[in-house]
Design a protein around this ligand. Structure first.
Ligand code: EPU
Length: 343
């Protein structure tokens, strides 16, 4: 069987391959293979994947396109196919002065992948605007429609991430006609204060693009997968102890717990620019690891493991990758890879 290269299909640009590959531009192409009897992996824009081993299974590449929309008295609705590019959909709405998605401009990836890790930025999460997710259960072949509640959204989590056997073919968004810009994030707040012209979905989207371009590397120029780690959530007593030792440490209350800024923790260790093989910590955002020089997955895993160890030793906080770690059997973890010496 001919292997399919995935190197151009993951934004880390790591050499990777799959035993079997199916590009799905019509749902019927998927349905005729169901239920699947082999290992499978659903791929969208490949912007959150770390391929560590050749994938010994079937990669299903979501390339479904199409946007339908309707409205009622108070809301706009968009039913968007999973293979649509996320940023293009954000701009499609912003250019029509339909608000709600603009804070999520320039996030790499596809619409179908967006609910899986509940993408978020600058005070907005996909969960805030997602009404419904339409999927196929690849194990049974059944159509499943997930209400907002059934999606079980949490910080970078969802039912689709917990159970990896759904192929998301459409996402339905519900956007209020009465738009309220969300400008609490420091740089957006400062921009809005000094803005002489009217604030609109498009102007906010353009400002978000400027903010992101200022610190986040463009995967097309410097391959990366955005934030490599999740921001860790710790107990209030642990957060208070850390704050007394590090008074400058950014902390954000989330219910009974406290979220820390992983980028700050890594930055304070002086690791910006730190390199192992061809992989390094981005110079302007320490939460982002970049492929600077033909990195291998081993370089990335070694760098990530080193960062986790340093952060744990200094702050007693364990960083968890946000990226999906794929080893030959499917979804894996850095710890498992290191333990099994797969890399
Ligand atoms: N910080 C540093 N040094 C760094 C990076 C950050 O000191 O190198 C500090 C910042 O100054 C700030 C704090 O850490 O005080 C938080 O940084 P930032 O606002 O840049 O956001 P983040 O927590 O690093 C998260 C998301 C991003 C999202 C931004 C903006 C996660 C894992 N990441 O990053 O999402 O764009 O907030 O809302 O939650 C992504 O998921 O790929 C992603 C880029």
């Amino acid at each position: 069987m001919a292997l399919t290269s995935l190197q151009t299909l993951n934004t880390f640009a790591l050499a990777a391959s799959a035993d079997d590959y199916l590009a799905i531009s019509e749902l019927s192409q998927l349905k005729e293979r169901l239920p699947l009897q082999q290992s499978f992996l659903v791929l969208g824009g490949g912007s959150n994947m770390l391929f560590c081993q050749p994938y010994q299974g079937l990669v299903l590449h979501n390339q479904l396109l199409g946007i339908e929309h309707w409205q009622d008295e108070n809301h706009y609705y968009f039913k968007v196919a999973g293979g649509e590019n996320w940023h293009e959909f954000v701009m499609y709405c912003a250019e029509r002065e339909i608000g709600g998605l603009e804070n999520l401009a320039l996030i790499p990836g596809s619409v179908g992948a967006a609910p899986v890790q509940n993408i978020g930025a600058y005070g907005v999460e996909l969960a805030d605007i997602c009404q419904q997710v339409m999927a196929i259960d690849l194990l049974t072949g059944e159509e499943v429609i997930f209400s907002h509640q059934a999606c079980q959204f949490a910080y970078r989590e969802s039912v689709f991430k917990a159970k990896r056997h759904y192929f998301i073919h459409h996402v339905v968004f519900k956007l209020p006609k009465a738009w309220t810009p969300i400008l609490d994030y420091g740089e957006l707040k400062a921009w809005a204060k000094d803005c002489d012209s009217e604030i609109s979905p498009l102007s906010v989207a353009n400002e978000v693009i400027a903010v992101r371009n200022n610190k986040l590397p463009d995967p097309a120029e410097l391959p990366n997968v955005g934030s490599f780690f999740k921001n860790p959530v710790v107990s209030k007593p642990q957060a208070m102890a850390l704050l007394s030792e590090y008074p400058q440490m950014p902390q954000y209350d989330v219910g009974d717990e406290v979220k820390l800024a992983a980028g700050w923790l890594i930055d304070q260790l002086g690791l910006k620019g730190y390199q192992i093989g061809g992989a390094s910590v981005h110079q302007r955002q320490a939460l982002v690891l970049v492929n600077t020089d033909n990195a291998t997955s081993q370089d990335v895993v070694s760098l990530a493991t080193y960062i986790i160890e340093r952060v744990l030793a200094t702050y007693g906080v364990e960083l968890e990758p946000e990226v999906n770690v794929i080893a030959n059997g499917g979804y894996s973890s850095l710890a498992q890879l290191v333990e099994e010496q797969h890399v």
